[in-house]
Design a protein around this ligand. Structure first.
Ligand code: PLP
Length: 395
C-alpha cells in the first residue's frame, strides 16, 4: 500500500529531473558541436551555378541533429528506466519506518472499511487487539494489561463526574465481556492480569462502594468461569470530602470506606487490591487565596469581585460545585455576596449569596478545599496567568 503512495511521486520527480539533464546534455552537445564546426578547417561545396559555399557548420548541424533525433527515444527509455529503478529503491528504503509510524492510523482506516460487522472492534476491544497486541508483538514482548470495566453502578454524584454507568463513555460494559474473552483468545502478546473500575468522584454515599464491591465480585466470578485469574483488582478512586464543613471534617471518611471494601470485596489468594483515591487525600490540603478587586453594590445584591477566576478554579463554573469561602482579613459584620471573578463570562462565579465578613477592596478571601481539581485544571483562557502555588505548614 505505502509503496504505491511513494512510488508515483518519486518516479515523476526523478523522471522530470532525468529529462531535464538529458535535454541539457543534448543542448550542450549541440552548441559544442557547432562551436567546433566554426573552429574546424572550412569545407566548401561548389554548386551548379559555379559558386562555392562554406558548408561545414550546416554539415555539423545536420549530423548532430540526426544523432540527437536517433538518440532521443533511447534516452527517453533510459530516463524511464532510471526513474523506475530509483523510485523502487527509494520506496524500499523508506517504506519500513513509514509503515511503522502509520500502522495505527492505517489499521484504523482498514477497520473503518470493514463496515458494520466490525463496528465494535473500533472501540476499546479494537484498541486492545489492533494496537496494544500489535505493539507488544513488534517489540517481541507479552504486555500485561488491565481492562477498565463499566460496572453500571450509580455513583450518586454530579452527573459530570459519574463514570460508571452504561450511559457514560468509560470502560467495557458487561454485554461486551464475551467479545473481550473471544478477542483475547487470539491475542498472544497481551496477558489480562487486572480489572479496573472507577465509577465516579466526590462520592459521599458510601453504599455506592458496597454496590461496587458486590459488582466486582460478580464480574470476577464471571471471568474466573472463563479461565481468567487476576493478580490485581483496581477499585479506582471516588471517595468524597466535606466541602461544606472543611474545618469540622478535614479528613475524609477513610475508616468507613476501607471497612466497606474489607467487608464486601472478595479478594482472591495473592491478589493485590489497588485504590486510586485522589481528592480524599489532597482536596482539603489547598485553598485558593484571592484578593478583592472591588465590591460592587447592586440594587438586589452585592458582588465581591476577586482577582481569581474560573481559570484558576473551574469546578464551580464547570459543575456548579460548592466551595466554602471565607474573608480571612476581616472581622466585620457578615454580609451576603456573590463572589465572582474578573473574566467576561457569567459563569465566572465562585458562589452566590454567601454570608461572610463584610468585604472591602484589598481583602483576602480563602476559597476552601481547593487541593484537588483546581490548579491542575487551571487554564490560560483570556490570556490569564496560571496561579502560583505556595506551601506552608502553618496554615
Ligand atoms: C480513572 C481514575 N481513577 C481515579 C481518579 C481519582 O478520583 P478521586 O479524586 O475522586 O478519588 C480519577 C479521577 O478522575 C480517575 O479518572
Amino acid at each position: 500500500m505505502k509503496k504505491l503512495k511513494i512510488f508515483p511521486k518519486t518516479f515523476l520527480y526523478t523522471f522530470a529531473l532525468m529529462l531535464f539533464i538529458t535535454a541539457l546534455a543534448f543542448g550542450l552537445t549541440y552548441l559544442f558541436a557547432i562551436q567546433r564546426a566554426a573552429d574546424d578547417a572550412p569545407i566548401y561545396m561548389t554548386i551548379s551555378d559555379g559558386t562555392t559555399r562554406e558548408i561545414s557548420t550546416a554539415l555539423k548541424q545536420s549530423a548532430v541533429t540526426s544523432i540527437i533525433a536517433n538518440a532521443f527515444p533511447l534516452s527517453l527509455l533510459c530516463c524511464v528506466f532510471v526513474s523506475l529503478v530509483f523510485s523502487i529503491l527509494y520506496s524500499k528504503a523508506f517504506t519500513i519506518p513509514i509503515k511503522r509510524i502509520s500502522s495505527v492510523t492505517e489499521r484504523m482506516a482498514r477497520l473503518e472499511k470493514s463496515a458494520v460487522s466490525d463496528v465494535r472492534s473500533r472501540d476499546e476491544i479494537g484498541v486492545l487487539s489492533e494496537n496494544i497486541n500489535e505493539l507488544a508483538k513488534q517489540k517481541g514482548v507479552v504486555a500485561d494489561i488491565a481492562i477498565r470495566i463499566n460496572p453500571n453502578v450509580d455513583a450518586h454524584t454530579h452527573h459530570y463526574i459519574t463514570t460508571g454507568l452504561e450511559e457514560n463513555k468509560f470502560g467495557i460494559s458487561q454485554w461486551q465481556f464475551q467479545e473481550v474473552v473471544d478477542a483475547l483468545k487470539g491475542l498472544h502478546n497481551v496477558r489480562l492480569i487486572s480489572l479496573h473500575f472507577h465509577v465516579g468522584s466526590q462520592i459521599t454515599d458510601l453504599n455506592v462502594f458496597e454496590a461496587l464491591c458486590l459488582k466486582v465480585n460478580e464480574i470476577q466470578d464471571w471471568f474466573k468461569a472463563q479461565g481468567f485469574t487476576f493478580e490485581h483488582v483496581d477499585l479506582g478512586g471516588g471517595l468524597g470530602i466535606d466541602y461544606v464543613y472543611p474545618n469540622e471534617n478535614p479528613i475524609a471518611n477513610f475508616a468507613d470506606y476501607f471497612a466497606i471494601v474489607n467487608k464486601n470485596l472478595k479478594v482472591e489468594k495473592g491478589q493485590k487490591v489497588h485504590f486510586e483515591i485522589g481528592r480524599a487525600i489532597v482536596g482539603q490540603c489547598g485553598n485558593l487565596i484571592t484578593k478583592v478587586v472591588y465590591v460592587k453594590h447592586g440594587q438586589k445584591k452585592s458582588f465581591a469581585i476577586v482577582d481569581a477566576g474560573m481559570t484558576d478554579l473551574i469546578r464551580p463554573a464547570l459543575y456548579q460545585a460548592y466551595h466554602k469561602i471565607e474573608n480571612i482579613t476581616s472581622t466585620r459584620e457578615d454580609r451576603a455576596y456573590d463572589v465572582v471573578g474578573p473574566i467576561c463570562e457569567s459563569s465566572d462565579c465562585f458562589a452566590k449569596n454567601v454570608a461572610m465578613a463584610e468585604a472591602k477592596r484589598g481583602d483576602l478571601f480563602a476559597i476552601r478545599s481547593a487541593g484537588a481539581y483546581s490548579e491542575i485544571m487551571a487554564s490560560q483562557y483570556n490570556l490569564r496567568k496560571l496561579p502560583e502555588h505556595y506551601y506552608s505548614d502553618e496554615l
